[in-house]
Design a protein. Structure first.
Length: 251
């Protein structure tokens, strides 16, 4: 059986988000101590962050859930290659229909949308649901977008699928998270370099695929997606949308 590959847009990405190796290591340290802890990653993708967290503490165990079958399969391959299959469970599933599992640490990184509903309430839905999974004193790593500045009407038009009310300023995002029964343990944000690296890897995935498959019947669709994504970034989000990493403690 041929194992499905990740879509070309993700092929060159370590993380599905603006995150460097060094920044990821710092985030993992904010979640500690992790000895004997159960870590749940919701919307885990191919679980790169979860696997690195488990590698940092041999006495921890993990669970990840994501709707993407190919991503989860890829994550299981990565876990096997790193000798982690006995400490991590990765499943394909819709979080909206998932009964949940208690955890010492929860990761919801750029995946507040997994509970569905209007984008304007994604952040609220995620904070409420993840809080219910944590024991008092448990940690949540919450990665979420925020407005660096309010976008213009022209920028919002390019972004199309992002309503202005979906995101807040970083100050308002922190205050909003604390209103759900958390305290802030650590805060950082993606740098412009991390964003550009992430988006460039996206572009490389599309462009390399087009070079390798010039006669594919899908080439026109892939080219259109790549062009749309380039405009989305350069004319829409690059100067307006930031990404924050909040390490929160459940009160």
């Amino acid at each position: 059986m041929v194992t499905p590959e990740l879509p070309p847009v993700y092929r060159d990405c370590d993380f599905n988000g603006p995150l460097s190796d060094a920044h990821a290591a710092r985030l993992i340290r904010t979640l500690g101590p992790l000895q004997g802890r159960r870590i749940v990653d919701i919307g885990c993708g191919w679980a790169e962050f979860l696997l690195r967290t488990l590698e940092s503490e041999p006495a921890s165990t993990g669970f990840g859930i994501d709707l993407g079958e190919d991503s989860v399969r890829h994550g299981l391959e990565l876990a096997g290659a790193r000798g982690l299959r006995d400490r991590v469970e990765l499943v394909v599933g819709d979080v909206g229909e998932w009964s949940g599992t208690r955890a010492d640490v929860v990761v919801n990184n750029g995946a507040s949308h997994v509970w569905g509903g209007d984008p304007v309430v994604h952040t609220a839905n995620a904070l409420e649901a993840t809080g219910d999974l944590l024991r008092p004193g448990g940690r949540l790593l919450f990665g979420e977008g925020f407005w660096l500045r309010e976008p213009t009407a022209e920028e919002l038009e390019v972004m199309r699928d992002i309503p202005l009310a979906q995101y807040r300023s970083i100050r308002d995002l922190v205050d909003f998270a604390l209103s759900y029964g958390f305290r802030l343990r650590a805060l950082s944000q993606a740098t412009l370099e991390e964003w550009d690296d992430f988006e460039s890897r996206h572009a490389q995935g599309w462009e390399d695929w087009l070079l390798e498959n010039p006669d594919s019947p899908d080439a026109g669709e892939i080219r259109t997606r790549a062009d749309r994504h380039r405009d989305f970034r350069i004319r829409g989000t690059r100067e307006t949308l930031g990404f924050a990493y909040l390490t929160l403690i459940r009160v």
